[in-house]
Design a protein around this ligand. Structure first.
Ligand SMILES: [Fe+2]
Length: 295
C-alpha cells in the first residue's frame, strides 16, 4: 500500500446519494484513462407494490455517459440488507465486472437456509464475475487498488482502497455518527472493531468514502466523505483510545435497540443473487418471500 496518498494516484469520485435508503453510490475514475468503477449501486424498490424502478441507477448511467467514462468494475462492498443492488442492470447499461468478497458464499449459505432457497440457488458465488480475497490487488485504469476483507457488519464485507481513496462500505460512518451495526446473521462486533482498526491504520490523509449516512444530531446535511485522521480523532464510537471490550459492549447494547431495515426481506433475497430477482415461477413472475418468526 506504499503507493497510497500519492497525489498522482488521486481518483475522481462522484457520489450519488439515495435518500430513500440513505445509500451513497460512488463512481470513481482515473482521470488519466477515464476508466471507472461503480461502487454500491441502488435499485429503487417500492415494498407496497413490489415494483422496481431505475431512477437512482439512471443518474449513474447519465453521469458515466456524459463524462465519457469506461466502466471496468461494478463493485459491492457487501450483500446489503437495506437496499437492492442495481449492479446487474448497470452492467447491462455500462459494462464492468460484477465483484464482491469471496465470503459472500457464507452469506449465501446462511440466507439460502433462512429463505429456504431451492437447489437452483448456487451458494458458490458464481452469480458474480469475480470474488475478491483479502489483499487481492486490481486497478481502476492506471490507479492501483487493493481489496481488504473487513468483516463484522456481515462476514463478507470488503473495503476497496483505490489510490488515496478507500471505499469502506458499512464499517465506519461519519465521525459524528459512529459505526455500522453488527447484529445481522454472521455479524460480530469484535470482528468489526478489528476491521475498523485495520482501516484506521491507513495513512491519516486517506480519503474515506462511506456507504451510508443518516445525518447526526445537529447536522442538517448528508455527508459521505471523511478521512482516516478525522475518524481517529473524532469518531464517537471508535476514536483512538477506545478499547475493544468497551466498543463491543457499546455496539451490542445499541444493536439491541435497532429494528431491522424495512427492506431487509427483498434486499437480502435479491443481493444474495448478485442483484438478480429470484428465479421466476411457472407463471413467469418472481416472488419475494417473508419467513415468519424467523429473523
Ligand atoms: Fe449494510
Amino acid at each position: 500500500m506504499a503507493a497510497l496518498a500519492d497525489p498522482a494516484l488521486r481518483p475522481v469520485v462522484r457520489t450519488f446519494f439515495d435518500e430513500e435508503t440513505f445509500t451513497a453510490t460512488h463512481v470513481v475514475h482515473d482521470p488519466a484513462t477515464m476508466k471507472a468503477a461503480v461502487i454500491d449501486s441502488v435499485l429503487n424498490y417500492e415494498a407496497s407494490s413490489g415494483r422496481t424502478k431505475h431512477g437512482s441507477a439512471q443518474k449513474v448511467v447519465d453521469y458515466v455517459r456524459e463524462t465519457g467514462l469506461e466502466v471496468e468494475w461494478q463493485l459491492e462492498t457487501h450483500a446489503h440488507a437495506d437496499h437492492l443492488s442495481a449492479a446487474p442492470w448497470l452492467q447491462e447499461q455500462l459494462g464492468g465486472k460484477l465483484a464482491i468478497g469471496a465470503d459472500i458464499r457464507r452469506v449465501q449459505d446462511v440466507f439460502g437456509k433462512i429463505f429456504n432457497a431451492g437447489t437452483e440457488f448456487a451458494r458458490d458465488g458464481s452469480q458474480f464475475d469475480h470474488l475478491f480475497q483479502d489483499g487481492d490487488t486490481f486497478s481502476v485504469g492506471s490507479i492501483p487498488a487493493i481489496a481488504l476483507h473487513v468483516p463484522g457488519h456481515t462476514p463478507a464485507d470488503m473495503a476497496f482502497v483505490i489510490g488515496d481513496a478507500a471505499f469502506i462500505g458499512d464499517t465506519l460512518f461519519m465521525p459524528d455518527y459512529g459505526t455500522a451495526r453488527a447484529d445481522f446473521p454472521g455479524g460480530d462486533a469484535r470482528m468489526l472493531f478489528r476491521s475498523i482498526r485495520r482501516l484506521l491504520s491507513l495513512p491519516a490523509e486517506t480519503r474515506l468514502f462511506l456507504c451510508h449516512d443518516y445525518k447526526a444530531p445537529g447536522r442538517d446535511v448528508f455527508a459521505w466523505e471523511t478521512t482516516v485522521g478525522a475518524e481517529r480523532a473524532h469518531n464517537v464510537h471508535v476514536h483512538d483510545g477506545v478499547a475493544e471490550d468497551d466498543f463491543v459492549t457499546m455496539r451490542s447494547a445499541r444493536d439491541r435497540t435497532l429494528s431491522l431495515p424495512s427492506l431487509i426481506m427483498p434486499s437480502v433475497q435479491v443481493n444474495m443473487r448478485a442483484g438478480h430477482l429470484p428465479e421466476p415461477e411457472e407463471n413467469g413472475v418472481s416472488y419475494i418471500k417473508v419467513p415468519v418468526n424467523r429473523l
